[in-house]
Ligand binder design. Structure first.
Ligand SMILES: Nc1ncnc2c1ncn2[C@@H]1O[C@H](COP(=O)(O)OP(=O)(O)OP(=O)(O)O)[C@@H](O)[C@H]1O
Ligand SMILES: [Mg+2]
Length: 302
């Protein structure tokens, strides 16, 4: 079963055609990097997946259900994600569970049951703070945290809801280089959990679509790179998927060897970002074909 399916999605803002017949299937446990020229419609596509802005035509399915509004099945973290300033890290992370599982009358009239549930939520929040490497700072308020710490809390806040798909829209774009690398490693830790789950015949827990401008980052953290671009034969009608190939897989202990990216980066620049290079995109939309040939090189389960 695919965790995410985008079927013939097109979208325009007034006369401006942005998305042109986008199709994509993402399996459980995949980390997909979505890249493309600025303004090509990456955020528009994420909003369609999130359900806040349904596409004008086509469908998005998450866990086989058609998305027709926001649900807890899809989580999102933006570049400037706001936390609740009056809550500590663990309270911020637990907050979504509380809203989801209790109502105000429940909290008032079942005070002791509520206290117990609250304790469970905070314990779960601690688990997710451990996953993002922030357990030691669990009692700090956002004003006491660095930008990198705040993004870790935001990601834990999204993960605790156990979404079928987590969307990250340039999540590390505002961070300095060193912090950015630390957060990339955090994503590799999550991916390592997927690999472990798969080896134990469990469903891998994290399915991620990450938008980034940085091609090294895209190739480092993902197991699959998808290019969205208006530079194709029917580009006047908007951007579509012009590239879809496996990315090299890294574990958190591997060296970030940039030489492994050189060839594929050049391929992406030509295929996705260049307005002038002539290309036959079908030659670059080969993820599932390549996956069938080498099923161990990436994490797809469908
Ligand atoms: N609400 C809106 N109303 C009108 N036009 C919009 C709206 N949102 C986005 N657009 C336009 O649609 C196009 C796609 O925007 P979108 O934000 O999806 O691109 P993007 O690929 O995420 O860009 P970036 O890489 O700069 O974040 C842009 O030309 C943008 O100006
Ligand atoms: Mg954007």
């Amino acid at each position: 079963m695919a965790n995410l399916e985008i079927v013939d999605v097109s979208h325009a803002y007034g006369p401006k055609k942005v998305l042109n017949n986008v199709n994509l299937r993402v399996g459980a446990g995949q980390v997909v990097a979505l890249v493309g020229p600025s303004g090509c419609g990456k955020s528009t596509l994420l909003r369609a997946i999130l359900g806040t802005h349904p596409p004008q035509s086509g469908q998005v399915l998450v866990g086989e259900k058609v998305v027709d509004g926001p649900t807890r099945d899809v989580g999102i973290v933006y570049q400037h994600y706001s936390l609740y300033e009056f809550l500590t890290a663990r309270q911020n992370v637990a907050f979504g569970l509380m809203l989801d599982q209790t109502s105000l009358p429940f909290r008032v009239f079942n005070y002791f049951a509520w206290r117990k549930l609250r304790k469970q939520h905070l314990e779960q929040a601690d688990e997710f703070l451990k996953k993002v490497g922030l357990y030691a700072a669990r009692d700090q308020y956002p004003s006491e945290m660095s930008g990198g710490m705040r993004q870790r809390v935001a990601i834990a806040q999204a993960l605790i809801m156990q979404p079928s798909v987590l969307l990250l829209d340039e999540p590390f774009g505002a961070l300095d280089e060193a912090t950015r690398e630390e957060l990339q490693l955090m994503l590799l830790q999550l991916y390592a959990e997927n690999v472990r789950a798969r080896s134990e015949n469990r469903v891998p827990p994290y399915t991620v679509v990450i938008v980034t401008h940085e091609l090294n980052e895209a190739l480092f953290v993902s197991d699959r790179v998808v290019g969205l671009s208006q530079y194709h034969a029917d580009g006047a009608n908007g951007a579509t998927i012009v590239y879809d190939r496996p990315a090299p897989i890294f574990t958190p202990d591997d060296e970030k060897d940039l030489s492994r990216f050189v060839e594929q980066k050049e391929e992406l620049i030509q295929c996705v970002f260049s307005p002038t290079v002539q290309k036959d995109h079908l030659n670059y939309i080969t993820f599932w074909k390549e996956h069938e040939k080498h099923p161990t090189t990436s994490g797809a389960d469908v």
